[in-house]
Design a protein around this ligand. Structure first.
Ligand code: OTU
Length: 645
């Protein structure tokens, strides 16, 4: 069966009759816009099933049902956003991530701290997964057992809806996690599967013996080798090996089964109907498994994401997708959709390449890898954007492109070893206090945990009572913030970093956390410490006040907003990173010294980009002299340069 206009007309007639919708209503108009793609992608994935057309009809029926349940005020917002497809990127968007329990106690508690968010000018909050999970180990919420209720103690779904609405009234949007790749082994589907229900056993990958699992293991990497080695777990109740790529209690969903897609689309739309503005698609590279491959970034994954997107754009077109794809730079890009599919997958993508290269530049004091990697990132069209960040709840994985690493003169293996040594504080002269995460003796991989401040040297400096080091550590934190807030894309701040919260080692006393060093940077928000933010002499105040001032400047500088174009430039000094943001009205040059020594940059840089002297640094409101044809940058200095008007 091929796509035809007649097919669509017939489908519309069926749905109209079943659901009493008008033919000319927005639902059908939207469906008409995406239907051919939806059809083709669906057929590509499930065309070998004899009843695939019936299932596609059923999926469209689900869309109508969710559309009919969507509240009117959300539909109104959808319509406004449809008129301005780049609505999110034409504004000064700044996000803030938090664990609800650790930051606010429960969902309603978020509202009690609204002023704090307002003080920073936050425009959206990302709540770490807050749906029901088993007690004990649940991977920080990423092992969901029920999307219909919240985690114990966080409140009710109604509370969450209320909070979403209240925040929206304040101009703060809501980002929620959608764990699409797996469910908890305690999810109803998994329980039924364990009871022997064949329909639900087909929701997962299950094998009676090790034959197929062993084949898979030949090419699949291990994600959590220390705590969950291998990719399969034996389930004695049904004497089967279940695929568990992450932890043994996170069962991978089998998207070969169209019923899995159906259920997951339903959940995505329920989250949208709760009032979420943005959905973070967790671990999407893993959605499709194929023997003989690493089971990441398979072409079918993109088909699936396009189906998710098409469904959302019919029911809740105001809702954006964020791709959580912490993979190789070239693969990350594909989650925006390639070629004619740009805009048909994710609207935002974590810029993991940028993040890891910033840490690389701090450790090496050189910007070669940073510059080279970013030059490899194409210009993005205005309807999609990077989600830029310095730290998040996860580890830092050293996912560079080896070709880039070699091109700038390093050996990939040795360079990674150096970075790990550096951030674990083993390398002579290192200021960092990171912890290893998931060391894999089989291939030598190690990832890094640690808070922004501790990785930037603050913890060590405070321990040693070294004032000079303390000052440098704060400068490193601010250097990173100055780049984050001027770089093209949407910046996402991680809770606690704004007041320089250090590593929290208390996880070592907790049974469910002790084996996962990522908990070291997932502290309970220290509101006492936060109070010190108004004291400009304290560490908290120095970081917080500088950050807030940067955020305010950004708010008033349209040239820094996500949709304005950017080019990375060669500063002529290997320690100095430079890029230009420019619109038809304005231009801003960012120059950043990643070394702890004073650096010189030629004034020709200004001529090259057509910037005329005199120039000033918008951050310090100071005129920057170009004497003897050079500009002099203090250690860790970062300027936002503009022509003095
Ligand atoms: C994500 O991370 C979450 O951010 C983690 O907190 C979860 O543990 C995990 O999924 C499972 O739900 O491997 O080290 O390419 O890198 O999905 C973190 C994406 C992870 C993976 C990413 C995963």
């Amino acid at each position: 069966m091929k796509y035809s206009r007649a097919y669509f007309v017939e489908l519309v007639a069926k749905l109209r009759e079943r659901y009493h919708l008008d033919e000319g209503c927005e639902f059908f108009l939207r469906l008409g816009l995406v239907f051919q793609d939806l059809f083709e992608n669906y057929r590509y994935l499930y065309g070998d099933k004899s009843n695939w057309e019936y299932l596609l009809d059923k999926l469209c029926g689900l869309l109508v049902e969710k559309y009919q349940k969507r509240e009117d005020f959300l539909k109104k917002i959808d319509r406004e956003r449809e008129k301005k497809p780049a609505w999110f990127f034409e504004k000064n968007m700044v996000g803030y991530v938090m664990y609800v329990d650790r930051w606010a106690g429960n969902v309603k508690g978020i509202l009690r701290h609204k002023d704090y968010l307002r003080e920073m000018g936050i425009s959206f909050v990302h709540l770490m997964p807050c749906f029901a999970v088993p007690e004990g180990e649940n991977d920080g919420g990423y092992a969901v057992k029920d999307y219909g209720s919240l985690k114990e103690g966080l409140g009710s779904i109604e509370d969450l809806k209320r909070v979403a609405l209240d925040l929206k009234k304040e101009g703060i949007f809501l980002m929620l996690d959608m764990v699409v790749n797996h469910t908890s082994s305690e999810h109803l589907w998994a329980k039924k599967a364990k009871e022997g229900d064949l329909f639900y056993q087909n929701f997962y990958y299950m094998f009676p013996d090790r034959v197929v699992p062993d084949e898979f293991e030949k090419t699949m990497p291990e994600i959590f080798p220390e705590t969950s080695p291998g990719n399969f777990t034996y389930v004695p109740e049904i004497r089967a090996w279940v695929m568990t790529v992450f932890h043994h209690y996170q069962w991978d969903l089998n998207y070969n089964n169209p019923y899995v897609l159906y259920e997951m689309v339903g959940i995505i739309l329920d989250l949208a109907n709760l009032g979420a503005d943005i959905l973070r698609l967790d671990a999407i590279p893993y959605l499709w498994k194929r023997l003989g491959t690493a089971c990441q970034n398979e072409p079918e994954v993109h088909r699936l994401v396009q189906i998710f997107k098409a469904c959302v754009s019919v029911v809740a077109p105001g809702v954006l997708f964020v791709a959580e794809a912490i993979v190789q730079p070239k693969e990350i890009l594909k989650y925006f959709g390639e070629g004619e599919n740009v805009g048909k997958e994710c609207d935002l993508t974590y810029n993991a390449s940028f993040m890891v290269c910033l840490w690389d530049a701090l450790a090496t004091r050189k910007v070669r890898l940073l510059t080279r990697t970013l030059l490899g990132q194409p210009h993005l069209p205005p309807m999609v954007s990077w989600l830029n960040y310095l730290r998040c709840h996860d580890d830092i994985g050293l996912g560079f492109d080896d070709e880039d690493v070699r091109a700038v003169g390093y050996t990939p293996r040795e360079h990674r070893r150096f970075l790990v040594d550096f951030y674990l504080g083993h390398f002579p002269g290192s200021w960092a206090k990171g912890l290893p995460f998931m060391a894999n003796p089989k291939n030598g991989d190690v990832r890094i945990s640690g808070s922004l401040a501790s990785l930037a040297g603050l913890e060590k400096a405070l321990e040693e009572g070294n004032e000079e080091e303390k000052k440098l550590a704060i400068e490193r934190v601010l250097l990173l913030y100055k780049i984050l807030l001027s770089f093209r894309g949407v910046p996402l701040l991680y809770y606690g970093d704004e007041i320089g919260m250090l590593n929290d080692y208390s996880y070592r006393e907790k049974k469910e956390e002790v084996n996962d060093s990522r908990w070291v940077h997932r502290p309970f928000m220290d509101w006492q410490k936060a109070k010190k933010r108004h004291d400009g002499e304290s560490v908290e105040g120095r970081i917080f006040q500088s950050l807030v001032s940067l955020l305010e400047k950004r708010k008033n500088l349209e040239v820094l907003w996500p949709h304005v174009s950017q080019s990375i430039i060669d500063s002529g000094n290997e320690h100095v990173f430079a890029f230009v943001r420019s619109s038809s009205q304005d231009m801003l040059l960012v120059i950043a010294n990643f070394s702890d020594k004073t650096q010189i940059v030629s004034g020709h840089l200004l001529e090259k980009i057509g910037m005329e002297k005199p120039i000033k640094d918008v951050i310090s409101e100071r005129e920057i002299p170009v004497s003897d044809g050079v500009m002099i940058l203090e250690p860790y200095a970062c300027w936002w340069l503009k022509e003095v008007s």
